[in-house]
Design a protein around this ligand. Structure first.
Ligand code: CTP
Length: 244
């Protein structure tokens, strides 16, 4: 529902200096479904707002020396591969208006840098993107809007082969092996079941300009209402009219 809290208080109307709370959007979908493209298109169209993108990939755990030796047996598609506590901390801080030092992850070496970080600053809109961002209920609960990018598995596999061989230093056999052993089963066990939490499902991902336009229009409307919720916390907004 698009309501703020319900009780009435005229004094709240004068509290126009209250900080706005960022609007948090979750973007999920299978590997190489086009999540990043969808996020980039949303960011472009929201040019009159400050928007930051946080990737769940940045919160991959580093591997132990033992795991590194047997990396072909490591399941990067299981929820346990991510440091969800740290992801949660990041989104909570950003939501509270604080900046956050987001880790930098290296897909070629399966390694998280311990020295370099990306500073993410407070913003109007926070977009959290990743294969399993709807898996943990606590992370889900921080989202104001959830989008699932739905792209056929054959299209995703074709993109993944190209991306992993060109950008992530893999050979085609290892990509296919990893896909059959871990990526596809985890998609069926964890990613697909989390689709039910989505508010919006976008077929064909970044190719779907109509869906992106509709979503951005909706975000603009919500940002307006959202700001009112914060500025006038005790006012009940129904269809753009105040009920006090
Ligand atoms: N992965 C990997 N090696 C690592 C870490 C992750 O191969 N060291 C893979 C996992 O198998 C997982 C994928 O990375 O399936 C997650 O990234 P993905 O969602 O495919 O990347 P995005 O660029 O976010 O996706 P999209 O194309 O949808 O934008």
């Amino acid at each position: 529902p698009s309501h703020c809290s319900a009780s009435a208080s005229s004094s709240a109307l004068s509290d126009s200096n209250a900080p706005k709370q960022p609007f948090v959007i979750g973007v999920s979908g299978g590997t190489a479904s086009g999540k990043t493209t969808v996020c980039d298109m949303i960011i472009q169209e929201l040019h009159d707002h400050r928007v930051v993108l946080v990737n769940q990939d940045s919160f991959y755990r580093g591997l132990t020396p033992e795991e590194s030796k047997r990396v072909h047996e490591y399941n990067f598609d299981h929820p346990d591969a991510f440091d969800t506590e740290q992801l949660l901390d990041c989104i909570q801080k950003l939501r509270g208006g604080q900046s956050y030092q987001v880790p930098i992850y290296d897909f070629k070496n399966h390694h998280r840098s311990s020295e370099s970080f990306r500073q993410v600053n407070a913003s109007d809109v926070i977009i959290l993107e990743g294969i399993l961002v709807f898996h943990d209920q606590r992370v889900r609960n921080l989202m104001n809007m959830k989008i699932f990018v739905d792209t056929d598995a054959d299209v995703r596999l074709a993109r993944r082969i190209r991306r992993d061989t060109v950008e992530r230093g893999r050979d085609i056999n290892s990509v296919l092996e990893q896909y059959a052993k871990f990526v596809k089963p985890a998609f069926d066990d964890f990613v697909l079941p989390s689709k039910k939490y989505a508010d919006v499902i976008i077929p064909r991902g970044g190719d779907n300009h109509v869906a992106i336009d509709l979503i951005v229009q909706h975000i603009h409307t919500k940002l307006g209402q959202h700001d009112l919720c914060k500025i006038y916390p005790n006012v009940h907004v129904i269809q753009s009219t105040f009920q006090i």
